[in-house]
Design a protein around this ligand. Structure first.
Ligand SMILES: Cc1ncc(COP(=O)(O)OP(=O)(O)O)c(N)n1
Ligand SMILES: Cc1ncsc1CCOP(=O)(O)O
Ligand SMILES: [Mg+2]
Length: 217
């Protein structure tokens, strides 16, 4: 990913609609808190209209919007990234669609749970990796095996030995206290949903998370 890393894009916020909050409300909070890397994740009811609304919310902040699972929706909505898991479109096929669209600044993220997953995603042309889960979380069903801190230490060390320099984002049940040790493993950033949405003040929580990431570098 040909990107400069600042605090604002080392935190990726992942939306999760609740009875209380819409994706739009959550996105507005994290933008106000300084986050510039947002993923729209709507597992039950993906909506092109919501994707377009989030593109509009992100534009004045020059924030990147990533769409979970669906490269067509990402391209059609004007988002600037897609995130693909093992059961989604293969990364190389998505690269082809992005190439055909003529979008040159578009990022393709891939999920990994092992070093081998990272190697595979890198070979297919992924721009960044979402590596997890760090610990159990209610936000996602059918979790892959939990990595814990030792899993990140081991996998990031393997990446260094293999000369793989793709940006890696840690994901899954991450809380603010986890960040210093996680950042020390060599990851680029942190992807978070619940810790922000459950916070009393999500705007301030976003600021605190970014500050903690920056001070852990
Ligand atoms: C940054 C990031 N990493 C991992 C995931 C998980 O993607 P996936 O495995 O496709 O699972 P779903 O999110 O689609 O349920 C992610 N979304 N973002
Ligand atoms: C999408 C996803 N993939 C692995 S864990 C997870 C959910 C992250 O959300 P939270 O920060 O609430 O655990
Ligand atoms: Mg997916």
């Amino acid at each position: 990913m040909n990107t400069t890393y600042e605090g604002s894009n080392r935190l990726m916020f992942i939306t999760n609609r609740t009875d209380q909050y819409t994706e739009q409300q959550e996105t507005q909070w994290v933008l106000e808190g300084g986050c510039r890397w947002i993923q729209l994740r709507m597992k039950d009811n993906p909506s092109l209209e919501t994707a377009r609304e989030l593109v509009k919310l992100c534009a004045p902040y020059q924030a990147r919007l990533c769409i979970d699972d669906d490269v067509q929706m990402a391209l059609e909505s004007g988002a600037t990234a897609v995130h693909l898991g093992k059961n989604d479109m293969p990364v190389d096929q998505a690269c082809e669609l992005v190439h055909q669209s003529g979008k040159t600044d578009f990022l393709i993220g891939a999920t990994a749970n092992t070093f081998e997953d990272i190697c595979h995603a890198a070979r297919l042309g992924a721009s960044y990796i979402g590596l997890g889960p760090f610990r159990f979380t209610q936000t996602k069903k059918k979790l892959s095996p939990i990595l814990g801190l030792d899993g990140y230490k081991r996998i990031l060390e393997q990446c260094r030995e293999a000369g793989i320099t793709l940006p890696v984002y840690a994901i899954g049940g991450i809380e603010i206290e986890d960040i210093p040790a996680l950042m020390k493993t060599g990851i680029t950033g942190i992807a978070i949903s619940g810790t922000i949405i459950r916070a009393k003040d999500p705007v301030q929580e976003t600021r605190n998370l970014i500050e903690t990431i920056l001070s852990s570098l």
